[in-house]
Design a protein around this ligand. Structure first.
Ligand SMILES: C[S@@+](CC[C@H](N)C(=O)[O-])C[C@H]1O[C@@H](n2cnc3c(N)ncnc32)[C@H](O)[C@@H]1O
Length: 302
């Protein structure tokens, strides 16, 4: 293994698509435009990442020189982009709710749809005016939900759980990157099994893609199946979490679950069975698709 790595370090693999002699920003961008499977915006984003500057600056100065080391790095990343690797893994970053998160192939790339879960939690907390609500983010991955909620609500304490130690490392990094590390506890474990609690709110974007469907999707080539595979009907983990939440949610509490577009009816039915006295609602995203199931437990619940 170590030997293979030593060899790999010595052999410089020249990318197929970028000929020697690409020596300015404009030439590199032109070359990227000619590549199949790479959009011009992706080419610009990769070059901006390599040069550590904004896209606007690249476009304004196409004559700027591109040092050899950076043109080699650019070419290697372009090659990976052409193979279909997501841009976020190439640059190591993705924006979520206006904050930039570090991402690695150990974590799901945060999706814009998940911003809705954050909005639901923030709105709920603002209406409650509780001094220091304790919120759980179950399946935290990159920490996108936990960190954003903590950043938007300076009074909350968060417990962020994931079964993957590598994902937790990324989440911890993101929490300190955004200055919320002191209010966020990271725990390795399965769902709420070993968490302290009870919680004022439990938020979760768990793996919810049915196994068979996942096998047909391109995401399964790049993102961890641990973050995507929800079992035969996609609900394996959601089912267990809903059951656990019954004894882990405080009166007046919120359970908010991100779901796949067709899981609104089965997940809300699971929630109604588990919380017969609560208000269960399905929220739709901007595309009009079912996206979050919310359970609001009455404040006078025994
Ligand atoms: C869909 S990803 C969500 C990541 C992040 N919360 C987001 O919204 O971008 C699901 C996460 O749940 C984690 N996970 C899978 N099974 C789990 C379990 N039994 N207990 C806790 N976390 C789990 C995965 O490692 C992954 O990080």
């Amino acid at each position: 293994m170590a030997q293979a790595r030593a060899c790999a370090e010595r052999v410089i693999v020249l990318p197929r698509h970028i000929p020697a002699g690409v020596s300015t920003v404009g030439e590199a961008l032109a070359q990227a435009r000619r590549m199949q499977n790479v959009t011009p915006i992706t080419g610009q984003a990769i070059l901006a990442h390599v040069l550590g500057q904004g896209r606007a600056r690249l476009l304004a100065r196409p004559e700027a020189p591109l040092p050899r080391g950076q043109s080699t790095e650019f070419a290697a990343l372009l090659e990976r982009a052409a193979q279909g690797e997501p841009l976020a893994y190439l640059t190591g970053e993705r924006e979520f709710c206006g904050l930039v998160f570090t991402v690695t192939p150990d974590v799901l790339i945060p999706r814009p749809e998940t911003e809705m879960l954050v909005d639901v939690a923030v709105q709920w907390a603002e209406q409650r005016h509780k001094a220091a609500p304790h919120i759980a983010d179950v399946g935290t991955g990159s920490g996108a939900i936990a960190v954003t909620v903590a950043a938007r609500l300076p009074q909350v304490c968060i417990t962020a759980v994931d079964v993957s130690p590598a994902a937790l490392d990324v989440a911890r990094h993101n929490a300190s990157r955004h200055g919320v590390g002191k209010r966020t506890v990271f725990m390795q474990g399965s769902l709420l099994e070993d968490t302290p609690g009870p919680f004022d709110a439990i938020l979760a974007n768990l793996p919810y893609i049915p196994t068979e469907t996942l096998q047909t999707l391109d995401v399964s080539r790049w993102e961890p199946s641990l973050a995507l595979d929800g079992g035969p009907d996609g609900l394996d983990l959601i089912r267990v979490l809903v059951r656990q939440a019954v004894t882990r949610l405080l009166p007046g509490g919120l359970l908010a679950l991100e779901i796949q577009y067709d899981q609104g009816p089965p997940v809300s039915s699971l929630c109604r069975d588990a919380f017969p006295d609560a208000i269960t609602a399905i929220k739709r995203d901007l595309a009009g698709l079912d996206r979050v199931v919310c359970v609001e437990v009455p404040a006078d619940r025994a």
